[in-house]
Design a protein around this ligand. Structure first.
Ligand SMILES: Nc1ncnc2c1ncn2[C@@H]1O[C@H](COP(=O)(O)OP(=O)(O)OP(=O)(O)O)[C@@H](O)[C@H]1O
Ligand SMILES: [Mg+2]
Length: 264
């Protein structure tokens, strides 16, 4: 087995959709290693291949070419993979069923675990997950997803992650639906996940300012390729890489100085 602290290893991976003239290359000859305990942000404009790459990490897509390994092995059994690698996706409402209470769904999500916790332990872990995102368990008692706001539902996704405690989290724009204040909180929860659970986090975003704030390393994507990669300082400070400069230009003025100055 190769270096054991490597979580994901990609060697020249390619993912295309369609065939013939209509072939769309979503991920184009991408290589990287991600190590235990890192927060890696994948940043780029709409359609550059971020979510496809995230789905490859989750085992939802297999590359057409190249080699993609999780801890030195090809992803074969999805249930085993999801025992260790979990996701928070763009739309929290699509992740919860409207017809069941939030609590019952948080509890059910622990069914994926190999070592199933006892009923009592499930209750405790769900309560702890809710408290970790500052929600009193009694506040969601008997509530259904449609009774909460988008921002509250995103917290529920994070509560689920705190309860599940996966080794790796792939977070695809988990802050997109919430306002700036809640957004900063959610980022702080992600840090807490990393610190308390020594989680490896892959954070997918359009916002290079946020990436600067939370990451150990940043991958800049453009048209399926990684065009710039390194620590926030390496990628951002005095960069001349045109796609990185464009993303820096796109940061909303309101939090430009704040996010760029602040580095964890
Ligand atoms: N299942 C699919 N079938 C065909 N094309 C797809 C599929 N999934 C993604 N694509 C295409 O691959 C490209 C990359 O898509 P992807 O969803 O990774 O973009 P993204 O960087 O996540 O964008 P956004 O920031 O808007 O979420 C796009 O051109 C998209 O249309
Ligand atoms: Mg996407």
């Amino acid at each position: 087995m190769p270096n054991s602290d490597i979580v994901f290893s990609a060697k020249s991976i390619v993912k295309t959709f369609g065939a013939g003239k209509r072939t769309k290359v979503a991920v184009d000859n991408v290589s990287f290693d991600i190590h235990d305990g890192e927060i890696v942000s994948i940043v780029g404009g709409s359609g550059c291949g971020k979510s496809v790459l995230a789905k490859i990490m989750l085992g939802l897509y297999t590359p057409n070419a190249g080699e993609f390994l999780y801890r030195g092995h090809k992803i074969s059994n999805l249930k085993d993979h999801w025992n260790e690698v979990q996701s928070v996706f763009q739309d929290p409402f699509s992740c919860f069923n409207q017809f069941f209470t939030i609590r019952s769904q948080l509890e059910d999500s622990l069914n994926i675990l190999k070592d199933k916790p006892s009923k009592e332990d499930v209750q405790k872990r769900v309560d702890a997950g809710l408290l970790a995102v500052n929600v009193k368990p009694s506040d969601i008692e008997g509530k259904y997803p449609f009774e909460l706001s988008g921002g509250q539902m995103q917290r529920m996704l994070l509560a689920r992650i705190f309860a599940l405690r996966p080794k790796v989290l792939v977070a695809d724009e988990p802050t997109s639906m919430v306002d700036a204040c809640v957004r900063a909180n959610i980022l702080d929860y992600l840090m807490k996940l990393k610190e308390e659970l020594q989680m490896t986090i892959i954070f997918v975003t359009h916002d290079i300012g946020l990436a600067n704030y939370v990451s150990n390393r940043i991958f800049i994507m453009h048209e399926g390729k990684i065009v710039n990669m390194g620590t926030p300082a390496e990628v951002l400070d005095d960069t001349k890489e045109p796609h990185t400069l464009k993303l820096l230009d796109d940061i909303p003025e309101v939090h430009k100085t704040e996010w760029i100055r602040k580095r964890h």
